[in-house]
Design a binder for this molecule. Structure first.
Ligand code: ASP
Length: 313
């Protein structure tokens, strides 16, 4: 029998998920937040299972939290970091995944620089595949952890005004968050310089703004994004100094949002580029470290829910 609320074998993206499916992940994750604060964090429901973290791009938070999530649930966790210097990136991924698949893992958590390849991989292996970020496409567990952080801080998601600001064009975090937050009924605003706005943003049913102060007016949540310099093949911004002047979140600009507005950032932060350190470190306003905490709980929830749907039960 598959999981009562989530019947899919993989988690490849937020696209296509229903509000009930998203809420199922959040509800299970909520329970893990409390368990992770206890002295004994082991709940070995995945004893005997193997999780492989297959990362073709750098990661600190995501890889570590998947590792902790798997270990706290009693699974064996293997970390593989693969360089993408090879010209045939797609082939490298499939070859590596097929090789690993022959060793009978139960979960492969994969991060790769090319959008969409995680879907291809899921067709080739017979274990559960979890997308830990594919190019500029999706990062579903990031969106889930962001939603959990918002829900716990504000008590709800529906009806909130949530601004997502900065490098929308290159951000998988933004795409997954837009899809999730819209599905759960938030009012989403996208704010970016025109060179970094998401193309065809209107198809997501969001409002777009080209001025940070104007866009964050009356917002409950201000989510800043990292400038993805590694995905930029030309000059999208004049200079980092100028970018901070117009697009960096500081106290003056944040004053436009609601007085109790909270600030988020998926990390890693470029301090003084997209956010003033003074705001990032303000525990009254910033829930950036709560996002990191939620990351472990969400990844435990994803592993738990997908374990119900494994073929070899
Ligand atoms: N850590 C997030 C990601 O992997 C955000 C970022 O890198 O800017 O997409």
């Amino acid at each position: 029998m598959t999981h009562a609320l989530y019947a899919h074998p993989h988690l490849l993206g937020i696209e296509g998920l229903t509000a009930a499916e998203i809420t199922a992940f959040l509800d299970v994750a909520d329970g893990y937040v409390e368990k992770n604060r206890a002295a004994d964090k082991k709940h070995p429901i995945l004893r005997g299972r193997t999780v492989i973290n297959l990362f073709f791009e750098n990661s600190t938070r995501t890889r570590t939290s998947f590792e902790l999530a798997g270990k706290r649930l009693g699974a064996d966790v293997i970390n593989m970091s693969v360089s993408t210097s090879s010209a045939k990136k797609g082939e490298t991924l499939i070859d590596t995944a097929m090789t690993l698949n022959a060793m009978h893992p139960d979960f492969i958590v994969v991060r790769h620089g090319e959008s969409g390849v995680v879907h291809l991989l899921a067709q080739k292996v017979n274990c559960a595949v979890i997308n830990a970020g594919d190019g500029s496409h999706e990062h579903p567990t990031q969106a889930l952890l962001d939603a959990l952080a918002i829900r716990r801080a504000k008590g709800k998601i529906a009806g909130l005004n949530i601004a997502i600001c900065g490098d929308l064009l290159h951000s998988r975090v933004a795409r997954s968050n837009i899809l999730l937050l819209k599905t759960l009924g938030a009012n989403v605003r996208l704010i970016a310089p025109s060179t970094l706005m998401l193309p065809h943003a209107e198809q997501f049913g969001v409002e777009t703004f080209y001025d940070l102060r104007e866009g964050i007016k009356d917002c409950d949540i201000v989510m800043m994004l990292r400038l993805q310099l590694e995905r930029m093949n030309s000059n999208f911004v004049p200079s980092l100094r100028e970018y901070f002047h117009y697009w960096g979140l500081d106290r003056g600009k944040l004053a436009m949002a609601k007085p109790d507005a909270l600030v988020m950032h998926p990390g890693p932060i470029n301090r003084g580029v997209e956010i003033d350190p003074d705001i990032a470190d303000d525990i009254q306003r910033s829930i950036i470290l709560a996002q990191v905490e939620m990351g472990v709980a969400v990844r435990q929830a994803v592993l738990e829910i997908l374990s119900h749907n494994l073929a070899n039960k």
